[in-house]
Design a protein around this ligand. Structure first.
Ligand code: FAD
Length: 305
């Protein structure tokens, strides 16, 4: 039992019980969070996390839910959503500082308005700043790590400022997987607004041409093995278009799975398992999940991670 009244006594943000998580994810699947919390501001968040830790209540962060599959049973514990309360983007000493809940699109638009170039590649990534920093999101040969100067995070009970070189950034991961990212500071170059806009729309058009963006999806399901493309391996395994329930391996991009309407997380999990087994049988390569699994039994998560 979560002591919701105790939380209400100090928490100033929104609290919802049994909040369905599907609408908060880009795949649009998943059951409810036992408790869903939207801190009003940073102090509210810090007090909340301290309380949850003291009470040993399991909790997790959700950004834009664009890199996670939530189980049909949902998450037994508290889910913390930062967008409403912590999503400011501002200029500070010539750098751009973005709070973790800000959408990447808001960050990129802010940079464009201020004639700052560098992050155009991130325009089509539907994540939050926090999720993108934790995942070291990247595209078109660039990654977050190329533009982040420092990250502010809650690590254990301390708020720490971590310089980019100490942030453990690597392909789709970072040293922040057990922390709460609070904000990130980006260093960008001055550029011509028209040129920045042109580059953004060029890269967005490329995405539209190659990704199934009209259906709910979670982006790339698997990381690319060194020197290879997961999509090609899945395609070579003859799995493009394969469907289980309403979950389908996209016809347009084999490393994307799409929700055709009423897919369940269990269908997606079965497709993931099928892809991994088939590609492994064919090539000896065991694909690793890029997406994070949330609320599945430990043994399922361990067998797929
Ligand atoms: C159509 C589409 C295209 C995509 N294209 C790309 C691409 O080109 N490149 C790419 O890298 N990714 C891509 N993605 C995947 C995804 O958008 C990125 O990984 C994104 O950075 C995830 O951000 P999010 O806020 O949605 O994270 P979520 O999915 O909400 O969370 C991802 C992980 O980060 C954790 N997390 C979230 N916020 C915080 C925080 N503040 N502190 C600590 N942990 C946190 C979560 O607990 C979870 O473990 C794409 C996804 C889609 C749907």
């Amino acid at each position: 039992m979560i002591a919701i009244e105790s939380i209400r006594s100090f928490f100033r943000g929104r609290i919802a019980e049994k909040e369905p998580l599907a609408p908060y994810t880009s795949m649009k699947v998943g059951g409810p969070a036992q408790l869903f919390l939207e801190p009003k501001d940073r102090d509210d968040l810090l007090a909340l996390v301290q309380f949850l830790r003291e009470q040993a209540i399991p909790f997790m962060m959700i950004g834009r839910g664009s890199n996670m599959i939530v189980s049909d049973e949902g998450f037994l514990g508290a889910v913390i959503h930062l967008e409403p309360g912590l999503s400011r983007v501002s200029l500070f000493e010539g750098d751009v500082v973005a709070e973790a809940g800000a959408r990447l699109t808001k960050l990129v638009d802010f940079c464009t308005q201020h004639g700052l170039q560098g992050l155009e590649w991130a325009a089509g990534i539907p994540g939050s700043v926090g999720g993108a920093v934790v995942m070291n999101a990247g595209a078109h040969g660039s990654e977050m790590k190329d533009y982040v100067v420092e990250v502010e995070a809650l690590r254990g009970t301390s708020v720490v400022t971590v310089r980019a070189q100490d942030a453990g950034f690597a392909y789709r991961t970072s040293a922040f997987t057990r922390d709460i990212v609070l904000s990130a500071r980006f260093r960008l170059r001055s550029g011509d607004r028209e040129q920045i806009l042109r580059k953004k729309s060029e890269l967005m058009a490329r995405r539209n041409a190659t990704q199934p963006l009209t259906l709910p999806n979670s982006g790339s399901m698997f990381t690319n093995p060194p020197g290879m493309h997961a999509a090609r391996l899945i395609e070579q395994a003859g799995l493009k278009g394969k469907r289980i329930g309403d979950a389908q391996i996209s016809e347009k991009h084999a490393n994307f799975m799409v929700n055709l309407g009423s897919a369940r997380a269990a269908d997606i999990l079965r497709l993931i398992d099928l892809v991994r087994r088939t590609v492994h049988q064919n090539t000896g390569i065991l694909l690793q999940l890029e997406v994070k699994l949330v609320g599945f039994p430990e043994d399922v998560m361990a067998s797929l991670s």
